[in-house]
Design a protein around this ligand. Sequence first.
Ligand SMILES: *[C@@H]1O[C@H](CO)[C@@H](O)[C@H](O)[C@H]1NC(C)=O
Ligand SMILES: *[C@@H]1O[C@H](CO)[C@@H](O)[C@H](O)[C@H]1NC(C)=O
Ligand SMILES: *[C@@H]1O[C@H](CO)[C@@H](O)[C@H](O)[C@H]1NC(C)=O
Ligand SMILES: *[C@@H]1O[C@H](CO)[C@@H](O)[C@H](O)[C@H]1NC(C)=O
Ligand SMILES: *[C@@H]1O[C@H](CO)[C@@H](O)[C@H](O)[C@H]1NC(C)=O
Ligand SMILES: *[C@@H]1O[C@H](CO)[C@@H](O)[C@H](O)[C@H]1NC(C)=O
Ligand SMILES: *[C@@H]1O[C@H](CO)[C@@H](O)[C@H](O)[C@H]1NC(C)=O
Ligand SMILES: *[C@@H]1O[C@H](CO)[C@@H](O)[C@H](O)[C@H]1NC(C)=O
Ligand SMILES: *[C@@H]1O[C@H](CO)[C@@H](O)[C@H](O)[C@H]1NC(C)=O
Ligand SMILES: *[C@@H]1O[C@H](CO)[C@@H](O)[C@H](O)[C@H]1NC(C)=O
Length: 573
Amino acid sequence: MSFLLSVKSFLLGGCLSASTTLASLQWSPCPSNPALDCATLRVPLEYAEPLNGMSASIPLARYNATVVASQRKGSLLTNPGGPGASGVSFVLNGAGEAISNITGGFYDIIGWDPRGVGSAQPVLQCFATAGEEYEASQDLPAAAEVAYGQFSNQSYMPSYNAAMEEFDSATAQLAAACASYNSTALYTSSAAYVVRDMAAIVDALDGKDAHLNYWGLSYGTIFGVEFIQTYPKRAGKIVLDGVFDATANAETYIAQLPNDQLSVRDAINDLVSFCEQAGAAGCALSTPPANVTADLTTRLANLQESLYEHPIAVSEGFSITVGIFSAFMWSFSRVPTTWPLISSVVSALEKGDVTLMVAILNATAPSPPGNSSAPASGSLAEWPLQCMDNAPSSEITLAEVAALVLNISLSEDTPWLNADVTPLSFCRHFPDTRPRIPNLGASKLPVANSILTEQNTPVLIVNGEDDPVTPLASAERLRSQLPTASRLVTRRGPGHTTVSVASLGLVEAIRAYFIDSTLPTSAVHDLSQLVFSSEINAGTLTPPPVFNGTYTDAERTILNSTYNLLLAFLSLA
Ligand SMILES: *[C@@H]1O[C@H](CO)[C@@H](O)[C@H](O)[C@H]1NC(C)=O
Ligand SMILES: *[C@@H]1O[C@H](CO)[C@@H](O)[C@H](O)[C@H]1NC(C)=O
Ligand SMILES: *[C@@H]1O[C@H](CO)[C@@H](O)[C@H](O)[C@H]1NC(C)=O
Ligand SMILES: *[C@@H]1O[C@H](CO)[C@@H](O)[C@H](O)[C@H]1NC(C)=O
Ligand SMILES: *[C@@H]1O[C@H](CO)[C@@H](O)[C@H](O)[C@H]1NC(C)=O
Ligand SMILES: *[C@@H]1O[C@H](CO)[C@@H](O)[C@H](O)[C@H]1NC(C)=O
Ligand SMILES: *[C@@H]1O[C@H](CO)[C@@H](O)[C@H](O)[C@H]1NC(C)=O
Ligand SMILES: *[C@@H]1O[C@H](CO)[C@@H](O)[C@H](O)[C@H]1NC(C)=O
Ligand SMILES: *[C@@H]1O[C@H](CO)[C@@H](O)[C@H](O)[C@H]1NC(C)=O
Ligand SMILES: *[C@@H]1O[C@H](CO)[C@@H](O)[C@H](O)[C@H]1NC(C)=O
């Protein structure tokens, strides 16, 4: 244990005083991309005792405004969600330039690694070494080995319960390891702490008590909602894109799981109808195998069933199981621009050919660490971070989890829910201890609504209609919680966050809001990007985009930038 402690205090850089909080930032070219500047901000580790204790360091990346200094409108922070994704990598990997393009170059685009994450210090480790961390990630099952098609079959229940138990106990091991490692970052990295860092970042960039301008995506919307309740007077221009439900997030994952699944079936229906419209030239799945007559929806269900009955062996100790298939479909259902390749994968799998699927699993799997005794990187932080922002969950029983998964699967007709149970299993095995400063969740939204209304700083909420991760229902709930201080604009179609399939109308609404504070008039926009087409290269997960319609060069630039924003998002996965 003393070895672990010494590693941790080394990472912290010793016990640093927090009194340097407001020191000015020292920017220098980022080592991995010198076209951007990087800096580090020191903040108190424990905001409950800000002047008396250790500090944390928060890395920042900046893509400079491109307009002349006199036209500059300040800083615009962005966060890609997770929780646990690096905002510095996001901005360095293209989000800085893409957001700058979309918002006219008026802002410095700022990414930061939220506490506990990426290169922040202390980082939220669950293990001392990279080797142990990698092993644990390999041992974490992708999904429970269950088949949706069996859910109304009573004689299946013993197998179902056994599969849920096996999944749950594997997840419990990771929870136990994270709890026992007890990282210094564990109880100081919840949303309440992250938004205090955001305020400190804006203080350091734009002056004490300056307004926050922000584009938060996915879990990043939780930080936006927490911020406007904690610092309503500091709300500037805030876009919340792909709304994570703050009310449900403040409860246990029992409340969140039903919410998460509300639009999964809509996304599957989009896949099926887009594929059928594109036909054989654009979507491999539009042609069934020779002896099959079922429609595509039924074929997808049959494939899951068939993998449950007969997993396909790939190599010694590795098979494509129903759990792997479900997790695969669930992950890629969020990113429609990957569907041309995913359709080829599934089409081959339907014929018993796993080669393409194995190649993608291979290419997207984390590689083993070069030095397994190097310190762990904190790559598993998303699980404990999510518990920290949820209510204590240790009272939840496995029987409750199993009943809930079955219920929601049937009521929402969602076949891949077994891949979305990890946070529930993880958190029910995690300590009920929570950080000293509690999150506000959604509790102060009425007050925030009054103050934002009074100062005329409405929030722009944007969401896809069939987003299978953050459903439109969550965006509508937030809209109703900020009745006079928000607008909701949607775009049609599937995909997680509005940038996952580009829509000119939607992105122009975001652009106008950031540039002129213009509030959108039209509430629903069409897609401007094709999901399937013979012009799309189905050989890669990230093909060059194909936009349908006639666009000016300026319009093409912001459509292209929307896609590049998605690529930056995907580079973090
Ligand atoms: C960004 O702008 C700042 C302030 O004008 C300047 O010091 C810095 O060199 C610029 N960074 C880059 C990469 O151009
Ligand atoms: C019901 O489940 C049992 C046990 O798993 C299985 O043997 C049987 O084939 C299933 N029945 C149907 C109609 O799928
Ligand atoms: C975990 O660490 C915190 C300080 O970060 C300490 O207060 C607490 O007692 C520790 N818990 C356990 C179970 O070791
Ligand atoms: C379809 O044909 C393939 C090979 O020709 C065979 O393996 C498979 O069992 C057949 N499927 C059905 C549903 O008959
Ligand atoms: C998957 O990766 C393993 C080891 O990295 C390699 O041996 C194998 O050839 C790869 N398979 C495919 C289909 O790419
Ligand atoms: C591996 O990491 C350990 C711990 O940080 C370090 O002491 C050792 O020198 C590293 N080995 C190599 C080959 O870099
Ligand atoms: C499952 O659904 C049934 C009927 O709708 C309901 O009575 C039961 O409480 C639900 N169970 C859970 C765990 O949600
Ligand atoms: C472009 O394609 C999308 C489907 O991706 C469709 O909904 C939209 O109406 C099309 N737009 C134009 C201008 O044809
Ligand atoms: C779209 O973005 C990519 C990557 O930045 C770039 O290579 C390409 O030239 C851009 N195309 C247009 C039409 O702007
Ligand atoms: C930003 O816009 C320029 C054209 O104005 C384009 O060359 C560049 O590729 C765009 N960058 C991104 C990341 O989309």
